[in-house]
Design a protein around this ligand. Sequence first.
Ligand code: THU
Length: 143
Amino acid sequence: MPSFDLPQTQQDALLQAARQARRNAYAPYSNYPVGAAVLDEQGRIHCGCNVENAAYPEGLCAEAAALAAMVLAGGRQARAVLVVGNGGDGNWITPCGGCRQKLREFGAPDLPVLSANEVALGPRYTLSQLLPESFGPGHIKAK
Ligand code: THU
């Protein structure tokens, strides 16, 4: 799928799914609930929310949860990702560095990554914009 060529219906479905997922976020420490939705190669949508922990570094990001749901369901390619969190106007949510690498495992360089909040869609990027010159599965393919 070329960059940014995401049909409106799929974009709407991703947005609704990520907003719904965000409602179940467990974020008592940061008070920053996040929802993520991933479109897989079968056209299915998988969701995740952040799950924090009293031992702070053990918290899980919404994108990681959504990718785990995709893999569990048998999906192996992310075709689009949408993340919802508070922000806008210069501080739209974007995936953290660790999640950019996790997305790299299952996404092409032109993977669309869309940002949104509860009321609007924000900027959109490609994965390679967010994680240039990245290290990925191709670097360690079985010899
Ligand atoms: N978080 C996500 O789940 N995804 C992002 O894209 C950015 C940050 C979570 C981690 C933590 O639970 C909270 O948001 C604040 O950093």
